[in-house]
Design a binder for this molecule. Structure first.
Ligand code: FES
Length: 128
C-alpha cells in the first residue's frame, strides 16, 4: 500500500520537534479526520534556514510533512509557498488515493507558518 519512501519518512521522520524562538509558527487541521499539525520556521534574509514539525496525524501526514520540511529548508518563502502537495506526494513515490487529503495538511501548515512570519514582520502575504 505504501512506497518504501513513505515508510522511510514515517518510521524515520526528518525535522520532528519544535524550534525555540521560531520566527513563524503555523497550525492546521484536517477537517476530514480531525488530525492536527504544527510547524516552526526560522527565516533569515527571506530564506527558511530551519523548519520543524509536530503532528497528531496518520502515517501519510507524517511522511508528507517530513518530506515537505526537507524540500523547503534552504528555500525562499516564495519558493516554499509554491511547493504543491502533489509534488511532495510524487517525491514520496505516491500515496493511495484515499490518503491524498493527508498531504494537504503539510502544505496548509507551512503556509500558516509563513503567514505568521509575515504578520510578525509587517510584510505582505504572500511575500513578493
Ligand atoms: Fe488524518 Fe491522514 S487521516 S491526516
Amino acid at each position: 500500500m505504501y512506497s518504501d519512501k513513505v515508510k522511510d519518512h514515517f518510521y524515520n521522520p526528518r525535522n520532528v520537534g519544535e524550534i525555540d524562538n521560531a520566527d513563524g509558527i503555523g497550525k492546521a487541521g484536517n477537517p476530514k479526520c480531525g488530525d492536527i499539525m504544527k510547524m516552526y520556521i526560522k527565516v533569515k534574509d527571506g530564506v527558511i534556514t530551519d523548519v520543524k514539525f509536530k503532528t497528531f496525524g496518520c502515517g501519510a501526514a507524517v511522511a508528507t510533512s517530513s518530506m515537505t520540511t526537507e524540500l523547503i529548508k534552504g528555500k525562499t518563502l516564495k519558493e516554499a509557498l509554491a511547493l504543491n502537495n502533489n509534488d511532495v506526494v510524487q517525491k514520496l513515490g505516491g500515496l493511495p488515493p484515499q490518503k491524498i487529503h493527508c498531504s494537504v495538511l503539510a502544505k496548509e501548515t507551512i503556509e500558516s507558518a509563513i503567514k505568521d512570519y509575515c504578520l510578525k514582520n509587517n510584510l505582505a502575504f504572500p511575500p513578493a
